[in-house]
Design a binder for this molecule. Structure first.
Ligand SMILES: C[S@@+](CC[C@H](N)C(=O)[O-])C[C@H]1O[C@@H](n2cnc3c(N)ncnc32)[C@H](O)[C@@H]1O
Length: 268
């Protein structure tokens, strides 16, 4: 993830001296440079973005004046709570087959910042979140840890249904895959030309992960998922985008800006 010229793209900094050991351990784990404690992201020229460690949530902050706010995984935030009331979550639940069996097991093969996985877990699914990018895994781990410990019984119960796996979804053991009812894929970042409308999280993730976000990679992921023999595979697509890998779904569930392509292999 590091460029040969100019500042490294990502570096780690502790928000205060009390977290410097934690920050040093994180920098070692991710093989990233460790910068001074308490560095001001607005004035930092040594990295494009900082991973900031404090006692609450790990966050990624773009450096420079006027940079947007940090990206973090806060499952208890007002935004996440607000999503509970949105119709969009019902569409996702219907697409994966929630309600068709007592406990639906979903493999979220492209976990990202875990929002879809959280919605599914809140609907009652058991969710295995696969994420291959180490930095994103650290954000997720931090979010899951805080949610489990913050004293909110609802939040703790939801994250209890979420398990995190660091690695490519295609490397999940077959014994584990046999337990899965539905594989869920959201591999695509919105195209760059629409970036003005894209949320800041996605813009930052795109900046960090763009080399890995190759459309053919997404096609290959769907073809892999369709070979696994799970009852369903669901793909989230921009509303007007073609189906992945030119595979016609059994049916699609359409929202305003997204569409879920549902590939049904057998009844749940
Ligand atoms: C568009 S984001 C997913 C956003 C997510 N649905 C959410 O609600 O936050 C796609 C993520 O999938 C990850 N990814 C893509 N292909 C993967 C694979 N084969 N295995 C594991 N993770 C993958 C990327 O690193 C990226 O973080």
């Amino acid at each position: 993830m590091q460029s040969n010229f100019g500042p490294p793209e990502l570096a780690v900094s502790a928000a205060a001296a009390a977290y410097s050991a934690q920050a040093a351990a994180l920098a070692r784990r991710l093989e990233l440079p460790l910068l001074a404690t308490g560095i001001d992201a607005a004035e930092c020229a040594a990295a494009v973005a900082l991973l900031i460690v404090d006692d609450r949530l790990l966050r990624v902050q773009l450096t420079g004046r006027g940079a947007p706010g940090p990206v973090l995984v806060d499952f208890g935030s007002a935004g996440m709570r607000h999503r509970r009331a949105s119709g969009a979550r019902e569409l996702l639940g219907r697409a994966v087959g929630q309600g068709k069996k007592a406990v639906l097991r979903v493999l979220d093969a492209t976990a990202g910042l875990g929002r879809d996985a959280f919605v599914l877990a809140d609907l009652g699914c058991e969710v295995l979140l696969c994420e291959r990018e180490a930095v994103v895994v650290e954000l997720l781990r931090s979010g899951l840890r805080l949610a489990a410990a913050n004293g909110d019984a609802w939040l703790a119960a939801v994250v209890e249904r979420m398990r995190l796996h660091h690695g490519d979804a295609r490397e999940v053991e077959s014994a584990c895959l046999r337990e899965v009812d539905t594989i869920y894929l959201d591999p695509m970042f919105p195209p760059r030309r629409k970036s003005a409308a894209v949320k800041k999280e996605m813009t930052l993730l795109q900046t960090l992960l763009q080399p890995a976000a190759d459309p053919q990679d997404a096609d290959a992921l769907l073809l892999w998922a369709l070979r696994q023999g799970t009852a369903r595979v669901v793909v989230k697509r921009p509303a007007k985008a073609p189906s992945l890998a030119a595979q016609q779904p059994s049916h699609s569930i359409r929202g305003k800006s997204v569409r879920y392509d549902v590939y049904v292999h057998r009844k749940l």
